[in-house]
Design a binder for this molecule. Structure first.
Ligand SMILES: Nc1nc2c(c(=O)[nH]1)N[C@H]1C(S)=C(S)[C@@H](COP(=O)(O)O)O[C@H]1N2
Ligand SMILES: [Mo]
Length: 255
């Protein structure tokens, strides 16, 4: 299959004809040398390509309410160590804002109330942590595609970077990144609800990313800012995420 055909199929599959994804001339298979180097160096180029070829629009399995785990544990940070965050949490996030900026036409910021007023999606999915545990939970939030539509990605944008409020000591903030295929995927949501309740601080309040076809560490909690970027080299240590930079985890953590 030629690259052109593949790309056309991917874009058709996403139902995004004429969208910014198409206008950007973005190749969802990632042919830029930097990108290939990055994915190759972490040894998961094959997994990335296979996932993208099999179906960029394939949905992660969804479950029924009866299959939900009685306990959904927390992992990683469960209370960001920032004074700003703790003040906002004590105000019930009434003064919190999500920034969406970087390579966008109209940078915007959203209050929690504004996000809650946007069209929402709920999904019951299985979360798989690389440390060897899984849990099925229900997530409710705004499809990321809606936010991307509002800010308008510039043609150079290829990644979405999620900047979080928490650190693991030493001041490096948690961050993660995904490509535009996952960015526009229907199950990729900015979740403010979990199991029919307001998202708790332990699980990432006020909002966390759900990117259902990837492992747990990609699901950034405590997201403060979403940045559209042309490449990941200048962000953090350049490998696209906190665990990728610090522990060599794969950037593409497809399940
Ligand atoms: N900001 C931030 N996001 C994060 C983490 C974290 O420590 N900080 N841990 C990650 C890991 S490894 C997992 S498995 C999930 C855990 O989500 P949970 O606490 O809701 O179970 O969040 C991910 N996102
Ligand atoms: Mo994890």
């Amino acid at each position: 299959m030629s690259t052109l055909l593949t790309r056309r199929k991917l874009i058709t599959g996403l139902g995004l004809g004429g969208s910014s994804l198409m206008l950007s001339g973005c190749d969802p298979l990632g042919s830029s040398p930097k990108f290939e180097e990055m994915v190759l160096s972490s040894g998961n180029w094959l997994s990335y390509r296979v996932h993208r070829l099999i179906g960029s629009d394939a949905l992660a399995p969804e479950y029924s309410a009866s299959e939900m785990s009685p306990v959904f544990r927390t992992n990683g940070n469960t209370m960001p160590d920032s004074a700003d965050y703790q003040r906002m949490a004590s105000e019930n996030f009434a003064n919190w804002q999500l920034q969406v900026d970087g390579l966008v036409s109209t940078p915007k910021s959203y209050s929690l109330a504004e996000l809650r007023n946007m069209p929402a999606r709920s999904q019951i999915t299985r979360h798989d942590c690389v440390e060897g545990w899984s849990a099925i939970g229900k997530w409710t939030g705004v499809p990321l595609a809606l936010l991307l539509g509002e800010v308008g990605l510039k043609p150079q944008a290829r990644y979405l970077v999620f900047h979080c409020a928490d650190t693991f000591g030493l001041g490096t903030k948690y961050y993660e990144s995904i490509d535009l295929v996952d960015g526009y995927h229907p199950q990729t949501i900015i979740a403010y609800g979990m199991n029919d309740e307001v998202l708790s601080v332990g699980h990432g309040a006020p909002i966390r990313l759900r990117v259902e076809r990837q492992l747990g560490y990609k699901h950034a909690k405590y997201v403060m800012r979403i940045e559209a970027a042309a490449d990941l080299a200048s962000i953090g240590l350049g490998k696209g995420g906190f665990w990728e930079d610090s522990s060599g985890y794969d950037w593409y953590a497809g399940i």
